[in-house]
Design a protein around this ligand. Structure first.
Ligand code: PEP
Length: 252
């Protein structure tokens, strides 16, 4: 089964509305350089979703970086899945390590967020990954397998068909360090095997991405691996030229 190839930009807490607009306008001028066959998505801060919805080239999908699992209520500062869906959001990053570590997102909360995203017709991108200590203790596979099953267990096959996973070793995020593509392949194979315990069909079709210091000059090595279907990219997605270079390298 051929799987969707996917490049996702995670802008984190970067770009004002004006800056997001100028990114989208410049990207619009470069759309002919974007490869077909690669799904592209940009996840800006919430404040820029509406602007990007209007001016992002239609080739590029809109994503969000977080969501609350509850439909509404007394959750000051939070955003619901319905609010994101109303803005044309198609992808939602769930359980990014910066949220797990900095905002107390435990596995059970991540699982509830996944369900809220799916219930509103959007696609969750579930982030999993080990920290340096876990890596040094040879716990990488057990960590990612347990995070993956905590997020996805109990979903119907049709729901799993709308999920993606991003393997993001915490020590690689924003550090300039990466695992070798072969090491990332080994971990992603283990993630796919975990999904296969839930549904063999979903495991074959699910996009599983690598994330952590991906750049235009190293992305090709990752996406050449048989189980790595794309990348979740922070820093290198902030400039249009770099985003386009990432997309082109994935399309080759
Ligand atoms: C991320 O935060 O999801 C990420 C992968 O960041 P960076 O590409 O900057 O390492």
């Amino acid at each position: 089964m051929s799987r969707q190839r996917l490049l996702v930009a995670n802008w984190k807490m970067n770009k004002t509305v004006a800056q997001a607009r100028s990114f989208a306008e410049e990207l619009g001028r470069q759309t002919s350089a974007l490869p077909t066959g690669v799904e592209l998505a940009v996840c800006p801060p919430f404040t820029a979703l509406q602007t990007l919805r209007v001016i992002l080239p239609s080739r590029v999908k809109l994503g969000a970086q977080n969501v609350h699992d509850e439909p509404n209520g007394a959750f000051t500062g939070e955003i619901s899945a319905e609010m994101l869906a109303e803005l044309g959001t198609e992808y939602v990053i769930v359980g990014h390590s910066e949220r797990r570590q900095g905002f107390g997102e435990a596995d059970d909360w991540v699982a509830r967020k996944v369900r809220a995203v799916l219930a509103h017709g959007m696609k969750p991108i579930v982030c999993v990954g080990e920290d340096l200590e876990q890596r040094n203790n040879q716990a990488t596979l057990s960590v990612v397998q347990s995070q993956t099953s905590a997020a996805l267990a109990g979903l119907e096959e049709t729901q799993l068909a709308n999920c993606a996973v991003a393997y993001e070793p915490i020590w690689a995020i924003g550090s300039g360090q990466t695992p070798s593509p072969q090491d990332a392949q080994t971990v992603i194979t283990a993630i796919r095997e975990t999904v296969a315990t839930l549904s063999g069909k979903a495991a074959q079709g699910m996009p599983i991405l690598y994330g952590g210091s991906v750049k235009p000059d190293n992305i090709a090595g990752f996406v050449a691996q048989p189980d790595i279907d794309g990348a979740l990219v922070g820093g290198a997605s902030l400039k249009v030229d770099s985003f386009v270079a990432l997309a082109k390298a994935m399309g080759e």
